[in-house]
Design a protein around this ligand. Structure first.
Ligand SMILES: [Zn+2]
Length: 265
């Protein structure tokens, strides 16, 4: 339904036609766009940019079971496929987050493989969202878990206020680090040998996401028995949910370098 997500339409138009390889992050953030499941009056989104609340509530967690389809991700010698384990991982995380009152949107529910951009677009169309990508490593000490966040990079806009699609994460990096550290602290309490703070890594999925975004990786697909990983998952889900709850008071919509319409406090 077109009028429920006009900004997302802009976003797709921009990507599809390649006129500006960018996303209208300001519109996405400021117009309060949501999924088609959430109805929204077109009148509210057709006017110019509405006043921007300095603080917005964190309501939605976009959970991304990485890989899928022909991309199995990491594969262990015992036939364990990362793409399968992360689906179970996502399902338990969803329950833990819903128990804390969050709405959970998954980038995939089955064995399909949405593109990086399609996965980011699920988060970029939400208001008040964070993004969590789930992985099972091929390496690392078995029984540990790590959080990865994007490195800092400059948030730039073009003359129309568009942020390039591949820089969507830039305004959110410090929030992502805060979220990542809070989740990593909880993981380290339960999984000895895990780092005490989030690690910086160039995770492709995070770069195009216009929301606080982290990747969580557990080790590893090289366990002898998948049950060893399955046993970790409830504790991982609980730790992530606790980290997200701890992050909730810190959630703000960041100031963009030159938001369309100005007036950003
Ligand atoms: Zn992976």
């Amino acid at each position: 339904m077109q009028q429920t997500s006009p900004g997302f339409g802009i976003l797709l138009f921009v990507r599809k036609f390649g006129l500006l390889v960018g996303i209208f992050v300001a519109a996405v953030l400021l117009c309060g766009l949501s999924t088609s499941a959430q109805t929204q009056s077109s009148a509210a989104t057709q006017s110019s940019v509405p006043p921007i609340p300095a603080r917005a509530a964190l309501n939605v967690v976009v959970v991304d079971p990485a890989h899928g389809g022909i991309d199995a991700g990491g594969r262990g010698t015992e036939g364990i496929r990362e793409s399968d384990v992360v689906l179970e991982f996502a399902s338990q995380l969803k329950k833990a987050l819903e128990a804390q009152g969050f709405q959970v949107v998954q980038t995939r529910d089955g064995n399909d493989n949405p593109s990086f951009d399609d996965r980011s677009a699920r988060a970029n169309a939400q208001r008040g969202a964070i993004f969590i990508s789930l992985h099972v490593g091929s390496t690392g000490v078995i029984g540990t878990a790590r959080v990865y966040v994007s490195r800092e990079f400059a948030a730039v806009t073009d003359t129309t206020g568009l942020i390039p699609w591949d820089r969507a994460q830039a305004p959110f990096v410090s929030l992502s680090h805060k979220l990542g550290d809070l989740v990593q602290i909880e993981l380290a309490k339960r999984f000895k040998g895990s780092p005490s703070a989030a690690l910086v890594a160039p995770v492709r999925q995070l770069r195009t996401t216009a929301a606080p975004a982290i990747a969580v990786e557990i080790s590893s697909v090289s366990v002898r028995d998948r049950a060893d990983l399955d046993r970790m998952v409830p504790g991982i889900a609980d730790a992530i949910a606790r980290g997200v709850v701890a992050f909730r008071p810190s959630y703000v919509i960041p100031t963009l370098p030159s938001a369309a319409g100005g007036g950003q406090p």
